[in-house]
Design a protein around this ligand. Structure first.
Ligand SMILES: *Cc1c(COP(=O)(O)O)cnc(C)c1O
Length: 388
């Protein structure tokens, strides 16, 4: 029995291209990119190439890309920088949504302890932040708005360009956590009216522990730490050239094949939804009417406990999750599912299947069949083949 990996929202398998870029750079560009000799220059050139490629993939300029240790660091850095810049001119109000990742929510909680005031915009059952709601929440003293591009539990895609346009009009810094979107759907920082944007390589087949922050020229950024002059004096420490090169290679590959991958993964997603809703009574797709990512499906089964279901799926060789990986260990009810109006029981019956470029039609057949078997077994209604 081969294992099926359907937890791509938690992390992805590195692509062979990204692995090759990583090992090539480890072998050939290992010198310190700040060194003056030829080896240092070679590393610096590789770093610049990665920066340019990542910028191009986002419609940005190379000078607007800052390498980080991942999405969490990029989120922390963007929010703290914009908040502190706001405080300097007496603006201490921040707006976000109630479905953000903990990297955003917990950074904002820390800023609240520093004296900032945060408005958490509610979302409807569709999981979306409506521009009118944002418009009504903006105040004279609002310095920052942070709304994620696409949600990691529901797959819902926010109307980012409209939200960004509102912020631009009101002269408020707009940050978006685009960790689930970059590499999967078209993202363009100019079209989307974004000032700051976070991305993470391991969510698009690059290595873990590396990511980037896009910061529009002129948007407020303060040094993350104190040290050397790397990243234009903003993020000191010897540059991780191999990781940056691998991230860029992974992203270029995703962008080159994006339309095709989107079409293929969307077809797999829709086939799985069709199978499951046709054969399992009491099966629902959360936020099914909203714009969603190709790969993430938030499935809900009436009267089923997701922890037990996950265990059965795992025994059958299928890896997926209940929700965000970082909260799955401490099985509280997901704040995201609560925010879209699901009750405790409904949240407990929710499973996240996140497909990626490497899933096949065969995987979908096996996942659907196992879901049917497991859900009926857990409800005590399984009448399938004898002996199972
Ligand atoms: C995974 C994820 C993060 C965290 O990124 P890391 O690189 O793992 O720190 C932040 N936001 C969202 C929406 C994510 O899915």
């Amino acid at each position: 029995m081969t294992t099926i990996y359907a937890d791509n929202a938690a992390t992805t398998e590195m692509s062979p291209t990204a692995i090759a870029a990583l090992t090539d750079a480890l072998r050939e560009s290992y010198a310190n990119a700040a060194s003056q000799h030829r080896m240092g220059q070679r590393a610096a050139a590789a770093l610049l190439r990665a920066r340019r490629e990542i910028a191009a993939a986002l419609g940005a300029e190379a000078g607007e890309i800052y390498f980080t240790s991942g999405g969490t660091e990029a989120d922390n850095w963007a929010l703290v920088s914009a908040a502190h810049a706001g405080a300097c001119v007496g603006k201490r109000h921040i707006v976000t949504s109630s479905v953000e990742h903990h990297a955003v929510l917990n950074t904002l909680a820390a800023l609240e302890r520093e004296g900032f005031e945060v408005t958490y915009l509610p979302v409807g059952r569709d999981g979306l932040v409506h521009p009118e709601a944002l418009s009504a929440a903006l105040r004279e003293d609002t310095c920052l708005v942070s709304i994620m591009y696409a949600n990691n539990e529901l797959g819902t895609v926010q109307p980012v360009a409209s939200l960004g346009a509102l912020c631009r009009e009101r002269n408020v810094v707009f940050h978006t956590d685009a960790v689930q979107a970059v590499g999967h759907i078209p993202v363009d920082v100019r079209r989307d009216n974004v000032d700051m944007l976070s991305l993470s390589a391991h969510k698009f087949h690059g290595p873990k522990g590396t990511g980037a922050l896009y910061c529009r020229r002129g948007a407020p950024l303060e040094p993350l730490m104190h040290g050397g002059a790397q990243e234009r004096n903003m993020r000191p420490g010897t540059s991780d050239v191999p990781s940056a090169a691998a991230m860029a290679a992974a992203l270029c590959e995703c962008c080159a094949g994006m339309e095709e991958t989107m079409r293929r993964v969307t077809a797999l997603r829709d086939a799985l939804i069709a199978e499951v809703t046709a054969h399992i009574p009491g099966a629902h797709v959360n936020c099914s009417a909203s714009p969603r990512l190709p790969g993430i499906i938030s499935l809900r089964f009436d009267g089923v406990d997701n922890e037990t279901l996950l265990m059965r799926l795992d025994l059958a060789g299928i890896c997926c999750s209940a929700g965000a990986a970082c909260t799955a260990g401490a099985m509280g009810t997901s704040h995201v599912l609560c925010a879209v109006g699901l009750g405790r029981e409904e949240a407990r019956g929710t499973l996240r299947i996140s497909l990626g470029a490497y899933n096949t039609a065969d995987d979908i057949g096996r996942i659907a069949a196992e879901l049917e078997r497991s859900v009926s077994a857990l409800r005590g209604t399984w009448k399938g083949e004898s002996g199972t």
